[in-house]
Design a protein around this ligand. Structure first.
Ligand SMILES: [Zn+2]
Length: 207
């Protein structure tokens, strides 16, 4: 690797480590749940390796893969869900970071909502999502059935990419959110999780 490629990897890995700490602090990545990735300037995808706790990541827990999810170093085992990250990078060239977490709100709401999407409406925080300029609109967050066959799950998600400003949720599992860089992706995740927590609270109140 050139010096630049190494420096870019270290920067990306640091972004991932910090994002993991933040997601862990908010309770969105219990046990070894979740994955975090970013696109490096040379097009490689830096992503958390399989099976590590996101609150205690080090640079050694970050590997690189290509857009097809294949590791650049064969001994590095990517998580199965790496394919879902790569799908976002492949379809949305401006995306620089993808976050996946398993929060209580996304898990509970996606297991109890009968319709194919959650609709967020009248919340000021909706404006964190791309293209949303007012609370006075609705944001649709699609729900997809969980599937251990990640390639099949990716095929289900693919037709919806043109209309997922807040990302998507896998039922009983968690959220996928992205942004132009790690800060933007984290802001979007924080906005979505805040809104999901609000929806859950209102449903508990019966309103
Ligand atoms: Zn997951």
């Amino acid at each position: 690797m050139t010096d630049n490629a190494t420096t870019d990897f270290v920067r990306g890995a640091q972004d991932i480590v910090h994002a993991g700490q933040r997601m862990d602090a908010r309770g969105w990545v219990p046990a070894t749940a979740g994955n975090i990735s970013c696109r490096l300037p040379d097009g490689r995808i830096a992503i958390t390796r399989s099976g590590c706790h996101k609150g205690f990541l080090t640079e050694a827990d970050v590997i690189t893969v290509d857009l097809a999810g294949q590791p650049h170093q064969p001994q590095n085992k990517p998580s199965a869900e790496t394919l879902l990250h790569c799908q976002v990078y492949r379809l949305l060239p401006d995306v620089g970071a993808v976050l996946h977490g398993h929060s209580v709100a996304s898990t509970v709401l996606s297991m109890t909502e009968p319709s194919p999407a959650l609709t967020l409406q009248d919340y000021e925080v909706q404006k964190v999502f791309e293209g949303q300029t007012t609370h006075d609109a609705s944001v649709r967050v699609p729900l997809f059935a969980n599937d251990q066959d990640i390639a099949r799950l990716a095929r289900e998600v693919e037709p919806h990419f043109a209309d997922m400003p807040a990302g998507y949720i896998i039922r009983g599992h968690g959220v996928y959110v992205w942004g132009k860089n790690m800060a933007a992706a984290l802001a979007r995740l924080e906005g979505l999780e805040f809104l999901l927590a609000c929806v859950l609270e209102r449903r508990k109140l019966g309103i």
